[in-house]
Ligand binder design. Structure first.
Ligand code: PRP
Length: 211
């Protein structure tokens, strides 16, 4: 009998895209899961159990092995630096991490950067020899330059609508972001056949979408 795979699924907007991809891969998640508020959802019919997690916590659940695999954005993987095995680029939730400011921005002596990604931002400016003070915020990052908390921000840009509506401009694009399939290192060995089957099915669905 094959083993149940515990899957850390991100709640919110990535869930919709990830569950659509699972279905395209022939993994038939029952539709009632989509609207449910349940956090642990046993799905024996597809050999899985879903753990519905806050996206930023997915690598933590996977590193500790309470989830065998997980779906997580490259932004979170880079910020959290958890010891997980990155199996597949799912190509969904595509966006980019950027340095953003008001159009009149000029480098000053004491520079402040607000972000939800303090590790990513600190490393980026350190590598470029720029001394900045990084201020961690938890959301609505675009507010910071508008009300004078920071000169620049490091944040995700998807459609660019938030920037446009707030009169901000992208100074630099730092890196591309997509969602990834990650695995716990021990689970990947112990449940290899099951995890590899999910990975292969997803890879096939991604290829089918791209032809
Ligand atoms: C994200 C991100 C930007 C926005 C980018 O915020 O932080 O604010 O989406 O998308 P756009 O380019 O399509 O406008 P999110 O909605 O996750 O909320 P947050 O402000 O709480 O981070």
């Amino acid at each position: 009998m094959s083993e149940i795979i515990k899957v850390a699924m991100p709640k919110g907007r990535i869930y919709k895209k990830a569950s659509a991809l699972f279905r395209e891969a022939g993994i038939q998640i029952p539709t009632d899961v989509d609207e449910s508020r349940k956090l642990v959802v046993p799905l024996p019919e597809i050999g899985m159990e879903f753990i519905l997690a806050k996206p930023v916590d997915v690598p933590t659940y996977v590193e500790y092995g309470v989830a065998d695999i997980g779906i997580v954005g490259k932004d979170v993987l880079m910020e959290e630096s958890r010891d997980v095995y990155e199996l597949l680029d799912l190509g969904i939730a595509r966006c980019r991490m950027s340095v953003i400011a008001l159009p009149a921005w000029k480098p000053g002596i004491h520079q402040r950067v607000a972000t939800k990604y303090p590790n990513v931002a600190s490393q980026y400016f350190r590598e470029r020899g720029q001394q900045v003070e990084v201020i961690k915020l938890n959301g609505s990052i675009e507010l910071a330059p508008l009300i004078g908390l920071a000169d620049r921000i490091v944040d995700m840009v998807e459609t660019g609508q938030t920037l446009r509506e707030n009169g901000l401009v992208e100074l630099e694009s730092m890196f591309e972001i997509t969602s990834r399939l990650v695995a716990n290192r021990v689970s990947y060995r112990m449940k290899n056949a099951e995890i590899q089957a999910v990975c292969d099915a997803l890879a096939k669905a991604i290829t089918a979408k791209n032809v």
